[in-house]
Design a protein around this ligand. Sequence first.
Ligand SMILES: [Zn+2]
Length: 272
Amino acid sequence: MLKAIQISGFVTQRWSWRPSVLISTNSKPFSSLFKLLPITTIDSSISTLPRPPIMSFHASSTPQPPSLHSAGNVKNIKFCQWCGGQTKHDIPDGEERLRAICTVCGKIAYQNPKMVVGCLIEHDNKVLLCKRNIEPSHGLWTLPAGYLEFGESAVEGAIRETREEANADVEVISPFAQLDIPLIGQTYMIFLAKLKKPHFSPGPESSECQLFPLDDIPFNSLSFSSMVVTLSLYVEDIKAGKPKFHYGIINKRPGTSPSDIHAYTLDHHMHS
Ligand SMILES: [Zn+2]
């Protein structure tokens, strides 16, 4: 289940990847598998974007205050999760970020990003979407996806979420996209999958489930930017011949509303 994703009280762009340092395709094993793209903005017209064969990037980031490094506000952690003692907020020795530190047992409450897992289900040249029956983004369309649980692999979580939200039994075919959203501390891992049987129906968190031809995907009624990115990349790949594997960082454009699902850039985009 994915009950609270991609909602943030502020939006700003933390990183700016600029093509200034050329990376040899022989210098990093990764570059033999992926092509790095410079600043790229994806929207439903992604198919028109150029795909340079060799890329370069340079992280010209400006250090941000610790509060901008995490979606969570560490100051909201007022009590220790282990002993219940009161916390203080300080930067521990040897670290750079503000942490909540227990004044009784001394433990530090580290905050780390969460992984969201889901399936992009292909069936008869269509993709399966669910209309959300819960907030946020109630009434908008999404791929079946949600938070990975402890003890699960990413694949197991994606299959479970699909069963919960679409009552569909799927076989995972391959990874399709890893999308980081640093601002809100989330990483999406989306898998391509197919229905084991041609049956699906809305689970408790969905009001409808529907197969959409690629030309009819409701890009203006999707729930989150991550869904716009994933489905845009998928449509582009299929039109070009076959799906690739993608990595990218979704950054909201500064000054835009979190609810504006098209107001983002896909930075540091790499694909197989
Ligand atoms: Zn404690």
